[in-house]
Write a new protein. Structure first.
Length: 545
């Protein structure tokens, strides 16, 4: 069962934020606010209005395929493909999928890795009104792939021949290796069946969460959701024909859609990475990454990069200062359920490193536990509203209803999403991020924000990146890079600036932090590393006794 929040749980056809009079907020739930608070709630919480030039992704891509057919759409190693060829191959594959029963609204598995066939596959799905379900072949475990195929009712999986060995037996599901199909005589002789309608509210992809705390849930993302980011400022990142955009992230991570579509919807060239990220980054004009991935790239080799955008994790200020010194640096925030990002800050060295303001046609509310607006400057939970809000979780109505709620401030059938991110408004209307509700822990009876401890350690000139976890009931442990950070200096710095219960019992120095396949810090592996160290110390002490 597919659950669409706008249709299944709330009144249909909400008015767009792009139309109507200037006062888009429903004032009645805000009646308790005084005039100053009301003005700030509206002024701070509402992103600018901007109409995307296209409302479906394939239409934007097809525009450039028609107007600049010989421009290079993508490069991968020594291979390249023009917009005309990419469009033609995607049209043929769309016909192929239609002939095998794929219909508008169906899901097609895209279980592979970064490649030109990947682009052909995802664009073909969009052309027939279907959606693609991306997974990183060779990384995603078999039970996860089986769960995804079953949940999304996938009948066709597109992969690469090198990954056939990485997939489980998927009963009732056809597995097609795209690289061989695209070269076959049968495929090359296919007659294209013509135009296929796609609507803004159609699902374009279903992004399954990582599943680190249980079975992954599929988030249904629409064309309108993605167009609202990649076709407006600042999400378009200034990309235009001729811009080179790095494609360095896993296809299973929602930020990879930012890389792909900000390039292909603007007539730019996508540079698809091989094993070494830096080789791609140093030839790009635009980089989208998590802070952990960006920290692996030498900025001295990337002086031609003009724009960098980070999201997915808290960004260390030293990292922002380094890159922001020579390019436009955007610090962004937003879970998958609010379509890649819903806030952004153009950071300049010397600025306060906030997550900025709501992106166009979106809203952000800082609310207390009763879902009432917090006072300006008070920390509360961030709820997201507007065009960014996705259609809900696939086949999980209970979870959808707990995280997506009717938006009382916009009203008229709009939906808001509970991000579980903590934040507060600064006096000038920017959002400061205070971690996630599940990253707040209690130590010795006191509530501690783990990101605040990490940020304090990152103030040390020698520290590039820090992560703090709860070691046990009464202690914290921090992990830092590089390995030459002085542990005692880091502990002393926290002790001098934060309460005693925030001081980590250990600061473990590493050459690099372990990452998940999606480019975020692998906190489970860090915890296992500390547990192993702690057990070794205990064993050593026992042996001495």
């Amino acid at each position: 069962m597919t659950v669409s929040l706008n249709s299944a749980l709330f009144p249909p056809s909400p008015k767009s934020l792009l139309t109507g009079n200037d006062n888009i907020f429903n004032i009645s739930p805000l009646a308790s606010l005084d005039a100053f608070e009301l003005r700030k709630f509206i002024e701070f919480g509402r992103g600018p209005r901007e109409k995307p030039s296209f409302n479906t992704l394939n239409k934007a891509f097809e525009y450039h395929a028609e107007n600049t057919p010989h421009a290079i759409a993508a490069m991968h190693g020594n291979r390249s493909i023009s917009y005309q060829t990419l469009n033609h191959s995607a049209e043929q594959l769309a016909t192929f999928l239609q002939q095998r029963g794929v219909r508008p609204g169906d899901s097609v598995g895209l279980f592979l890795t970064r490649s030109i066939p990947m682009l052909i596959g995802l664009m073909a799905c969009l052309k027939i009104g279907a959606n693609y379900v991306p997974q990183h072949a060779g990384v995603a475990p078999h039970p996860q792939l089986e769960h995804i195929v079953d949940t999304a009712r996938i009948k066709i999986v597109l992969t690469l021949s090198q990954h056939l060995k990485d997939l489980p037996t998927l009963n009732g599901c056809a597995v097609i290796d795209l690289d061989n199909l695209l070269k076959s005589e049968e495929f090359c002789s296919l007659d294209i069946t013509g135009k296929r309608p796609t609507k803004p509210q159609n699902t374009c992809f279903i992004l399954f969460t990582s599943g680190t705390t249980g079975r992954p849930n599929g988030v249904q993302v629409t064309h309108q959701n993605v167009c609202n980011i990649v076709m407006t400022t600042p999400g378009n990142l200034g990309v235009k024909p001729g811009t080179r955009v790095a494609q360095i992230l896993s296809i299973a991570f929602d930020m990879s859609a930012w890389e792909v579509f900000v390039a292909l919807c603007h007539g730019a060239t996508l540079l698809i990475r091989d094993k070494i990220i830096e080789h791609t980054a140093m030839n790009a004009d635009v980089i989208v990454a998590t802070p952990s991935v960006l920290s692996q790239i030498d900025p001295e080799k990337c002086r031609d990069v003009s724009v960098v955008a980070v999201a997915g994790e808290p960004c260390p200020k030293p990292l922002a200062d380094t890159w922001g010194a020579f390019c436009d640096f955007y610090n962004c925030c937003g879970p998958t359920e609010t379509t890649i990002i819903n806030t952004a800050k153009l950071y300049r060295p010397g600025d306060s490193l906030t997550i900025g303001k709501p992106t166009p046609n979106n809203t952000v509310y800082v609310l207390n536990e009763k879902l009432e607006p917090c006072a300006i400057g008070d920390v509360g939970e961030m709820w997201a509203g507007g065009v960014c809000v996705t259609k809900g979780y696939l086949a999980n109505a209970e979870l959808s209803q707990s995280r997506y709620r009717a938006d009382p401030f916009l009203g008229d059938g709009h939906v808001m999403f509970r991000t579980r991110d903590l934040g507060r408004w600064t006096p000038d209307g920017e959002l400061e991020h205070y971690g996630r509700t599940d990253d707040q822990v209690k130590v010795k009876g006191f509530r501690v924000e783990l990101d605040a401890v990490s940020a304090m350690i990152e103030q040390l000139p020698s520290c590039r990146l820090a992560v703090t976890l709860k070691a046990d009931t009464d202690h914290l442990v921090s992990f830092v890079v590089p390995a030459n950070v002085d542990e005692q200096e880091a502990i002393n710095h926290v002790a001098e600036n934060l309460p005693y219960y925030c001081v980590p019992v250990r600061v473990m120095t590493l050459d690099a932090l372990p990452l998940t396949p999606r480019g975020k810090v692998d906190k489970r592996e860090l915890k296992a590393l500390y547990d192993q160290f702690h057990n070794n110390v205990k064993s050593h002490k026992t042996g001495e006794e």
